[in-house]
Design a protein around this ligand. Structure first.
Ligand code: NDP
Length: 243
């Protein structure tokens, strides 16, 4: 069965680079109309040259600007809360400002964006689907990832809450929890050989994921193929990677 999203509008956050950008390309191929949110204008300009899409450049940390932007978009059927950042430091040296930035971008803005989008889905009574891009880091401890692991653990719980309360309105909410994926963020955190090798040794397939391997799972979770998935279905891509 081929996944099709003809006639559906998709909102993707963090659409400029990495996984979010690839999700836009894939959902476009599947027939969805794309609304792309990201921070750097240049990335959005190059994306809109690659595929037809509406772009919104906004820093997702800025709650008021985000509210205004998302409220102006109109009907959304598919939401991918993908934007996320990492900040690396040992626990004892983790700065509160970095911790707050990571929590704001990886968790708080998901609440802000999803409340607006899901309210529209509930009011229109036609259902909808939401996928939160979490991480294997939600359920295991990774050295120097205090802010990141904490934020993704919170995102998994947020996913469960959204699934519980939006499910009765036929709005499905799931999460995808990738292992290290070869994007600018993945390279930032894992390009050093001394970090990459022990991580790779724990991944049974012996390699990091490609963005499309994550996007494919996101498309599946957005589609009717996962129409009766447990709410939420948290698909971890290689969860034996770390302990
Ligand atoms: P990248 O850093 O490669 O891309 C992230 C995108 O999100 C960029 O376009 C970035 O824009 C945008 N973004 C970040 N912060 C903001 C913000 N405050 N406002 C608006 N846009 C923002 O990340 P990935 O593609 O690797 O990651 C995507 C998601 O996947 C994240 O949630 C991440 O935690 C998760 N993930 C990634 C893994 C990996 O190994 N790569 C593994 C597991 C999960 P700009 O560059 O302009 O700031």
């Amino acid at each position: 069965t081929q996944i099709r999203f003809d006639g559906k509008r998709a909102l993707v956050t963090g659409a400029g680079k990495g996984i979010g950008r690839d999700v836009c390309l894939l959902l476009h191929q599947c027939g969805a109309e794309i609304v792309a949110i990201s921070r750097s204008k240049e990335d959005l300009e190059s994306l809109s040259k690659e595929i037809p899409c509406q772009t919104i450049a906004v820093d997702l940390e800025n709650v008021e600007e985000v509210k205004k932007a998302v409220e102006s978009i109109g009907q959304i059927d598919l939401l991918v809360n993908n934007a996320g950042i990492a900040s690396l430091a040992p626990f004892l040296e983790t700065k509160l400002e970095d911790y707050e930035r990571v929590m704001n971008v990886n968790v708080r803005q998901v609440v802000v964006v999803s409340q607006i989008v899901a309210k529209g889905m509930v009011e229109r009574k036609k259902g909808g689907t939401i996928v939160n891009v979490s991480s294997q880091a939600s359920s295991v401890a990774i050295a120097e990832h205090t802010s990141y692991c904490t934020s993704k653990g919170a995102l998994d719980q947020l996913t469960r809450m959204m699934a519980l309360e939006l499910g009765p309105h036929n709005v499905r909410v799931n999460a995808v929890n990738p292992t290290v994926t070869l994007t600018p963020m993945g390279e930032f955190a894992w390009s050093e050989k001394s970090k990459a090798e022990p991580m790779l040794a724990k991944i049974p397939l012996g390699r990091f994921a490609k963005p499309r391997e994550v996007s494919n799972v996101i498309a599946f979770l957005l589609s009717d193929l996962s129409s009766m998935s447990r709410h939420p279905l948290v698909i971890t891509l290689d969860d034996s990677a770390i302990d």
